[in-house]
Design a protein around this ligand. Structure first.
Ligand SMILES: *Cc1c(COP(=O)(O)O)cnc(C)c1O
Length: 399
């Protein structure tokens, strides 16, 4: 018998509802990866022998699978360690390859920190940066975007799907605005690939960042799509052996890349049915919560949104108190704890909601393994926690 005091894994795990943070690797993906750790371990860049060739073939097959899910050509995909690296490489790499007459970069206030920080780094280097606000529904205002574009604008970087509020930006419209003016469009598609259909040509996307672990692939691998026609000028940001067309030196990790490719193939096949199932579950929990908690607020547009995301606030309660009562659920708050003070997220702040709703938001992320039973338990837990906190705060107000 295991000692119950030391056997941590025996403790019941909460219900996982944080699929925007990461996803478990699909068993089919793990199975596809396994032979490439030890049985077929050759360096894919070893051109002198069969061990290398076998690995290279696997890497190229995966490149094709990644290209396919976004309508790209395999030659337009380079492998990286994930979306953070792809965002850094695309934004800085385009800036560092640019003509001096184009020194203006445009991005959104609701972007992931790695996009915002990369842009701010370039601003320190002398580039001009416009950080555009969003509408209260979280979507970009296309007229406001068109207004800030000039003949000096080099790059627009707008995420496909927001990681906190799940809203889908109008990429095709943004792509058309950019293409007309000869401006590159980069999109951080970490939360979009495998969830919504994407087509780099129909949407006029020039650069796209992808990461495997947000859609049931392994952590530590991703890709950057770089358009070849019209060609995007990009400078490498890492020096070395010149792998990945000289743009990303370093040995390509065959097992991770094979898993990434398999995750793309599965998502491409299963996306329509999975999206319908998740939308039904999402509507179910939303309906239950709304019925029991009529003052609940949903952050971000509900229609232009991926099916697996909700971001909610409840009046008159404190976010920390709420999280303490939800220890049976692995959900995320919209806040970041920086040096002991709890800061509302920059994304929610950009939506400019009633300030009372900024400090108690809850992000619920549903995914491939979420069941109806889990959703119902989560709804019950949230209703119980919020109701008891709200009635406690009413007692305080009366006293
Ligand atoms: C997760 C995420 C990232 C970071 O991706 P990593 O592969 O973990 O570096 C970047 N942008 C968005 C929108 C994300 O959701």
């Amino acid at each position: 018998m295991p000692d119950s005091n030391t056997d941590m894994p025996d403790k019941k795990m909460p219900i996982y509802l944080d699929y925007q943070a990461t996803t478990p690797t699909d068993e089919r993906v793990v199975a596809a990866m396994l032979p490439w750790f030890n049985e077929k371990f050759g360096n894919p860049h070893s051109g002198d022998h069969r061990h290398g060739w076998v690995s290279e073939e696997a890497v190229e097959r995966a490149r094709g699978q990644v290209a396919s899910i976004i309508g790209a050509k395999p030659k337009e995909i380079i492998f990286t360690s994930g979306a953070t690296e792809s965002n850094n490489l695309s934004i800085k790499g385009v800036a560092h390859a640019a003509d001096p007459s184009r020194r203006h970069i445009v991005t959104l206030a609701t972007e992931h920190k790695c996009v915002l920080q990369s842009c701010k780094r370039l601003e320190e280097e002398g580039f001009d940066l416009t950080i555009l606000g969003v509408r209260p529904d979280g979507l970009v205002d296309l007229d406001a975007l068109a207004d800030v574009l000039t003949e000096r604008t080099l790059l627009v970087s707008v995420m496909a799907v927001n990681n906190e509020i799940g809203v889908i930006q109008p990429l095709a419209e943004i792509g058309a605005l950019c293409r007309e003016r000869g401006i590159y469009l980069h999109t951080d598609a970490a939360q979009a690939v495998g969830k919504i259909p994407l087509d780099v040509n129909a949407m006029n996307i020039d650069l796209m960042s992808i990461t495997a672990h947000k859609f049931y692939g392994p952590k530590g691998v991703g890709a950057l799509y770089i358009r070849r026609r019209p060609k995007v000028a990009l400078r490498a940001e890492q020096d070395g052996g010149g792998q990945e067309r000289g743009l990303r030196s370093g040995t390509v990790p065959t097992p991770l890349v094979v898993g990434f490719g398999e995750a793309c193939a599965i998502a491409e096949r299963e996306m329509p049915t999975e999206a319908t199932r998740l939308a039904d579950l999402r509507d179910r929990i939303l309906g239950r919560l709304r019925e029991a908690l009529p003052t609940m607020h949903v952050h971000g547009d509900l229609d232009r949104r991926i099916p697996g995301n909700l971001n909610l606030s409840f009046a008159n309660i404190d976010g920390q108190d709420l999280m303490m009562r939800l220890d049976g659920l692995s959900v995320s708050t919209g806040s970041a704890c920086s040096s002991a003070i709890v800061e509302p997220s920059h994304v929610l702040q950009a939506l400019d909601p009633d300030p009372a709703l900024l400090h108690n938001s809850l992000r619920i992320g549903l995914g491939r393994y979420t069941t109806q039973e889990e959703i119902d338990r989560a709804a019950d837990d949230i209703v119980a926690a919020v109701s008891s906190l709200q009635s406690a705060s009413q007692i305080y107000e009366k006293a």
